[in-house]
Design a protein around this ligand. Structure first.
Ligand SMILES: [Zn+2]
Length: 280
């Protein structure tokens, strides 16, 4: 599997913040000794697939000065470049069945605003681009937080189905019900562990994917569901081990897949999660 990574992802400086470059250190060390990484393309040209021109300009200008895009989404001088390359990495991953090992994450980003540490919506852009080319894309969002930005961007879009499994109650507070013709939300309570989560994967997730018959499955891979991610950000209380990520790999076996990194704040959880999910 190709891992798309650019060193500029480490230059997106968020200060004292859980979404920091440290998150990627452990998996990068592991990849150095194993699969290696590939440089992604610059995804700036893809931004209008999901974002308004006004918002793109606002991000660019805010990054020049440094500051905050949203109360919990700080940006620095290199953040615009990092965010554009993160989009490029997601598009490359979607073309090569790869993994976009990116910062910033994307699933809380909307057409005209960012939030929740996200600037541009990497997964929505890659998926909508594939759908425009006539491919059927099933997005599976396994971050502990609801992928509210992705949901809004793909709502009622032909050729795309979105399924999010997330903790409720928790930020951003949405994702309590299905919406439109293509949005499936599965909120689960704090304390959810392997047994309950695997049951959902083996029944509802498997069934929804079989029914949709996707050409490709895009996984918004957040590892803040990991049992040892607790305490890095507030309120995430799932207790998943690598057993769940391995089971998901088994369920995804029949499909072409691509991955974009979303949350997960314990560097060990990210490394072990990626290993279990992708089999590297
Ligand atoms: Zn998250």
């Amino acid at each position: 599997m190709d891992f798309f990574f650019d060193p500029v992802f480490l230059e997106h400086d968020t200060g004292q913040h859980p979404e920091s470059p440290k998150r990627l250190e452990s998996i990068l060390e592991y990849l150095e000794d194993t699969a290696g990484t590939k440089k992604p393309e610059n995804g700036e040209k893809y931004l209008p697939i999901a974002h308004t021109r006004e918002y793109i300009e606002r991000v660019k200008e805010t990054c020049k000065r440094g500051g905050i895009l949203d109360w919990d989404t700080p940006v620095s001088r290199d953040s615009y470049k990092a965010a554009c390359l993160a989009v490029g990495a997601a598009v490359d991953a979607s073309e090569h069945k790869g993994f976009a090992l990116v910062r910033p994450p994307g699933h809380h980003a909307f057409a005209d605003h960012g939030g929740g540490f996200c600037i541009f919506n990497n997964m929505a852009i890659a998926s909508l681009r594939l759908a425009e080319r006539g491919r059927r894309v099933f997005i599976l969002d396994i971050d502990v937080h609801h992928g509210n930005g992705t949901e809004e961007l793909v709502l009622n879009k032909a050729g795309v189905r979105f399924l999010s499994i997330h903790q409720s109650p928790l930020y951003p507070g949405t994702g309590l019900e299905n919406r439109g013709s293509n949005i499936i939300n599965i909120p689960l309570p704090p304390g959810t562990g392997d047994r309950e989560y695997i049951d959902v994967l083996e029944t509802r997730v498997r069934r929804e994917m079989e029914e949709f018959e996707p050409d490709i499955v895009g996984i918004s891979a957040g590892f803040d569901t990991y049992y040892d991610d607790r305490g890095y950000v507030s309120g995430n209380e799932f207790n998943l081990t690598t057993a769940t990520y391995k089971k998901l790999r088994e369920i995804l076996e029949p499909y072409d897949t691509f991955y974009t990194l979303e949350g997960g704040y314990n560097p060990v959880g990210i490394r072990e999660g990626i290993k279990a999910l992708t089999g590297i």
